[in-house]
Design a protein around this ligand. Sequence first.
Ligand code: FAD
Length: 222
Amino acid sequence: MNYTVNLLRSQFVTHDVKHFIVSKPAGFSIVPGQGVELAINLPDLREQGRPFTPTGLAADRVLEFTIKGYADHADGVTRLLHQLEPGAELLMSEPFGTISYQGPGVFIAGGAGITPFLAILRDLARMGELDRQTLIFSSKAPRDVICEKELRHLLGDRCMLLCSSADAPGYDHRRVDRAFLEEKITDFDQRFYVCGPPAFMEAVNGALTDIGARSESLVFER
Ligand SMILES: Cc1cc2nc3c(=O)[nH]c(=O)nc-3n(C[C@H](O)[C@H](O)[C@H](O)COP(=O)(O)OP(=O)(O)OC[C@H]3O[C@@H](n4cnc5c(N)ncnc54)[C@H](O)[C@@H]3O)c2cc1C
């Protein structure tokens, strides 16, 4: 790991997702959408790096992470990250990854897969370039939707929220499948950014290519 950073503050965003504000090393720079490895700087944990995506703006003087904690992962790092107090030391790698903004398109996220898109959409908001972007964001239930108010505010009608296991007003109670995409999207000759659990990515990328999206127009972590 290349950097030692400090946890400055953590705060719940949903019942199992927290924002972590972390000190930013001098000279550290990142492209919105890229990830880093983080490990807790304690003897048994410093080799246990896990990938996470900074969600703040590149020019911010601190780093923000948005991390879902898995309380049921017995030896899980996210469970321990959620228990850290301000002042705790983390080890951080150089940025890596293949998700970056390549032009207007449709961002399709499942659960914590929203994090690279939070970084990218916030950056586009800063530049006033959100008008040609669409977000399709699938969560289990309304209480699981990460940064819901901010995303609805930024994208208005172009923020489509789906809940796979709850029927509630304001959310489509369905999955992101071929039928949903054909109903909501008219132009498949544009970019599609896809991020979520492996099964989600496989299903969405498969549906998109079946409908006619070009594989070179799909942006996802390879
Ligand atoms: C490029 C990239 C960027 C990412 N960015 C983010 C981000 O910004 N925010 C975010 O929240 N996530 C992000 N993720 C996902 C995140 O990396 C994982 O959620 C995290 O690594 C899980 O770590 P963990 O140690 O808690 O669990 P794991 O590494 O999955 O597991 C640790 C241990 O928990 C136990 N375990 C695992 N699964 C289960 C289970 N189902 N039931 C019981 N026990 C289990 C096992 O003993 C295992 O050894 C990203 C992933 C990638 C690839």
